[in-house]
Ligand binder design. Structure first.
Ligand SMILES: [Zn+2]
Ligand SMILES: [Zn+2]
Length: 354
């Protein structure tokens, strides 16, 4: 990795082995460090291109609950339109007939393992390939203007590096995990046979999944940031200080199991959900993970700002939705930075130089 620093600077990837001393510790993050979280060795480049110390910013009022709800609804418009459409198709006799045919054609093991793999693998790569267009081909312009960290340009070389890790996690780690999941699903009584669950049951299960995922991901992520563990496992994922879509599961295999797979599978196992419910959940959760690493705030898609900020400053925003970050006060200076970012994005979209 002799040229890692040069390429890393281009993309905003840190080669931690080449960093001698940390230069940036936002004052507001000191509570995280007091709780035993690892310090983030940050380059001078990051000090210039990522969040500034909160103390230097104008104070920003904490957004009200109503503002947060309205912002989240706007950012979730894709789910609020696509999901009802999906449920409409799902409720038709044609869909039920198609699923009955699937169950008659394939064994339970094939449906649980191979079809689940194909579904998640294809949806991940289609989404990543689409989101690679602004990075690698600067298209379309209405998205490129919304680059969250415009000073950091990803290269094809780092895309290739990320792809190798992602493929290993998807094919080797997830295949091994799939065998464990299959046993657990049998033990918990998860079904894949017809009839399909009702929309009401799916929505009920989803509400539990969201809570379980938030708890599992937040505390697992906090654990991965502990100074005794960080450099062995989670440091790899944080090589991307300016994340790109494909880097959503660019991580150590231990992290992939602890932080990505366990919180994703725990809810469906707990609720003994139908496999179809799990399929929809895993595609949505994966879409969310890829989107939160894409590096662009695309209108009406879930905002990636929270997690992008985590990659910038390292010791803030550990959760998915941010509920537990607000509860534990681990947002760092996110609200102030988000306010600044939205102003900057507005100027970029309108083509203003002021
Ligand atoms: Zn990440
Ligand atoms: Zn992290």
């Amino acid at each position: 990795m002799s040229n890692g620093r040069a390429v890393g600077v281009e993309l905003g990837i840190e080669d931690h082995s080449l960093i001698s001393s940390p230069v940036f510790h936002p004052p507001s993050f000191s509570p995280c460090r007091r709780k035993g979280l690892a310090d983030h060795p940050t380059t001078a480049l990051n000090a210039m291109t990522t969040a500034k110390p909160v103390a230097t910013r104008p104070s920003v009022p904490t957004p009200s609950a109503l503002t947060l709800i309205l912002t989240n609804l706007k950012d979730s418009l894709v789910y609020l339109t696509v999901l009802p459409l999906f449920f409409l198709v799902y409720s038709t006799p044609t869909f039920a007939t198609f699923y009955a045919l699937l169950v008659q054609t394939f064994s339970r093991q094939t449906i649980f393992l191979q079809i689940t793999f194909l579904l998640t693998f294809a949806s991940y790569w289609i989404h990543c390939l689409l989101l690679s267009l602004p990075d690698l081909h600067h298209l379309p312009q209405w998205i490129t203007k919304r680059k969250i960290q415009p000073a950091k340009t990803p290269s094809l070389e780092w895309y290739a590096k990320a792809a190798k890790s992602v493929l290993f996690n998807q094919i080797v780690v997830s295949a091994a995990w799939g065998a464990v999941f299959y046993k657990l699903a049998g033990w918990r009584g998860m079904q894949c046979d017809a009839p399909l669950p009702s929309v009401a049951i799916m929505v009920r299960d989803f509400l539990v999944f969201v809570v379980v995922e938030e708890i599992g991901f937040y505390y697992g992520h906090r654990l991965l940031h502990h100074s005794a563990i960080y450099k062995y496992v989670h440091k790899m994922h944080h090589e991307f200080t300016a994340p790109v879509a494909i880097a959503a599961i660019y991580c150590h295999p231990v992290e992939h199991i602890l932080s990505n797979l366990l919180p994703l599978f725990a809810g469906p196992l707990l609720m003994r959900s139908h496999l179809v419910t799990f399929w929809l959940w895993s595609v949505i959760a994966q879409f969310n993970a890829v989107n939160s690493h894409c590096g662009y705030r695309i209108p009406f898609l879930p905002s990636p700002l929270q997690h992008d900020y985590h990659h910038q400053v390292f010791n803030a925003n550990f959760g998915v939705l941010g509920w537990l970050d607000r509860m534990h006060g681990t947002q760092g200076g996110f609200d102030a930075w988000e306010c600044e970012y939205r102003e900057r994005e507005k100027r970029a979209v309108e083509g203003r130089k002021d």
